[in-house]
Design a protein around this ligand. Structure first.
Ligand SMILES: Nc1ncnc2c1ncn2[C@@H]1O[C@H](COP(=O)(O)OP(=O)(O)OP(=O)(O)O)[C@@H](O)[C@H]1O
Ligand SMILES: [Mg+2]
Length: 254
């Protein structure tokens, strides 16, 4: 690849959620496609290192994974899979528990390798594992920006709160970007954000930013079953329109 990053430099955005199954992989994959369609160069890192997700949503059959870099020193550039012009994926391994808990040396080795080639991209998106495990914390700490996904159920709210609290305590992160997913209306999304923001302000003195609201849309689950991103399979779906808006906000803000 001989590409040159834009003036802003590479922006790294880590997408996490606390609770699992709230839409991290669906959102990051489709936003990556929308950013690439807008002419940006995007690297999507499957941050669920031991239980890969991104390859499934994209219907990829992956031959090489980040495990070969961590365990055998393979060059990251040889592992990347090009999906579209300007859109590359760094695939993770599935069913490899030791990849989920890398030593500090292994974490550093991986982030150094990422830093070496990051300059080729405008955006690096990380689709994190669920929970508040080690990899979630060190990926977020490494990333410049932390985006947290909320869904309407109460446990998603409490888990997102817990994740934000841990990040603030462990490495002093104060800026968080919230994406509300799977809501029936913009109003529902705005209200969820408002109640989360109130709790964060009250207990942690943190004022999160609202990055976007994603509607509940059958096109999302259909696309997962078909292993084809909804942004491509159903460009006119409500979810695809919302992803486009989300990508525009990302370009404007980061
Ligand atoms: N906006 C939406 N509308 C309808 N269904 C959705 C939406 N977002 C997510 N889903 C459904 O929720 C399920 C989980 O989505 P996804 O795999 O993207 O979540 P995740 O946060 O990556 O999960 P995990 O924590 O397991 O990695 C999917 O099967 C999808 O069908
Ligand atoms: Mg996922």
């Amino acid at each position: 690849m001989t590409m040159i990053a834009s003036d802003k430099g590479t922006q790294v955005i880590c997408v996490s959620s606390g609770k699992g199954g709230v839409g991290k992989t669906s959102i990051t994959v489709n936003v990556a496609l929308a950013l690439a369609q807008a002419g940006k160069r995007v690297l999507l890192v499957d941050g669920d290192l031991g239980l890969a997700n991104v390859d499934i949503v994209l219907g990829l059959s992956v031959k090489h994974t980040v495990r070969e870099t961590v365990e055998a020193g393979a060059a990251l550039a040889d592992i990347l899979v090009q999906i579209e012009p300007g859109f590359f994926v760094l695939p993770a391994s599935s069913g490899v528990p030791e990849m989920a808990s890398l030593s500090v040396e292994e974490q550093n080795f991986l982030t150094n390798a990422l830093e070496d080639m990051m300059g080729d991209f405008d955006y690096v998106l990380i689709d994190c594992a669920a929970g508040i495990g080690e990899s979630v914390l060190w990926f977020n700490r490494w990333a410049e920006h932390s985006a947290v996904i909320l869904a309407p159920d109460p446990t998603s709210m409490t888990d997102a709160y817990a994740l934000i609290k841990v990040m603030a305590a462990q490495f002093g992160r104060q800026e968080f970007h919230v994406i509300v997913n799977n809501v029936k209306s913009q109003k529902e999304g705005a209200e969820l954000f408002k109640s989360m923001a109130a709790v964060l302000k009250n207990f942690l003195r943190i004022e999160p930013q609202l990055l976007g609201i994603m509607p509940s849309d059958a096109a999302v689950s259909r696309a997962i079953r078909a292993q084809k991103p909804f942004f491509q399979a159903a460009p006119d779906a409500k979810a695809s329109q919302a992803v486009k808006v989300l990508a525009e906000r990302i370009i404007a803000q980061f």
